[in-house]
Design a protein. Structure first.
Length: 122
């Protein structure tokens, strides 16, 4: 082979090596960015899992609180219904007593005398 062909072949190999190095550097940068993104994504997933666990605990607490509120409200409603029934009975008894008092007062009043005419002036 002639020296020109050897030089051209060496030049071609050098160009291909430079192209290979450039693409290797670019790929290395992309891999570095992907690893950084992966780390950020793992961190985000970890945060999301912690938030999910916190939300699940909060929901469980809310369910417990809701059950307690339901029981408390039911008890208060039962007490209020008893008070309402007692109060209705007392109102009915009061109306009956008031009616009796009214009848007693009506019977105790003497028949009203006829009004006298006013005296005539002299």
């Amino acid at each position: 082979m002639s020296p020109i062909v050897n030089i051209l072949a060496d030049a071609m190999v050098a160009v291909l090596l430079v192209a290979s190095i450039v693409s290797s550097v670019a790929l290395s940068r992309r891999i570095t960015r992907l690893k950084a993104d992966e780390a950020a994504l793992r961190h985000t997933i970890g945060d999301l899992m912690m938030a999910t666990e916190t939300a699940e605990r909060a929901i469980a607490g809310l369910r417990t609180t809701l059950g307690e509120c339901d029981r408390t409200l039911a008890e208060r409603l039962r007490v209020a219904e008893r008070y309402a029934a007692d109060l209705a009975g007392q109102v009915a008894a009061g109306e009956e007593v008031l009616g009796r008092i009214g009848r007693i007062v009506a019977q105790a009043r003497p028949a009203a005398p006829a009004p006298r005419p006013p005296p005539r002036g002299r």
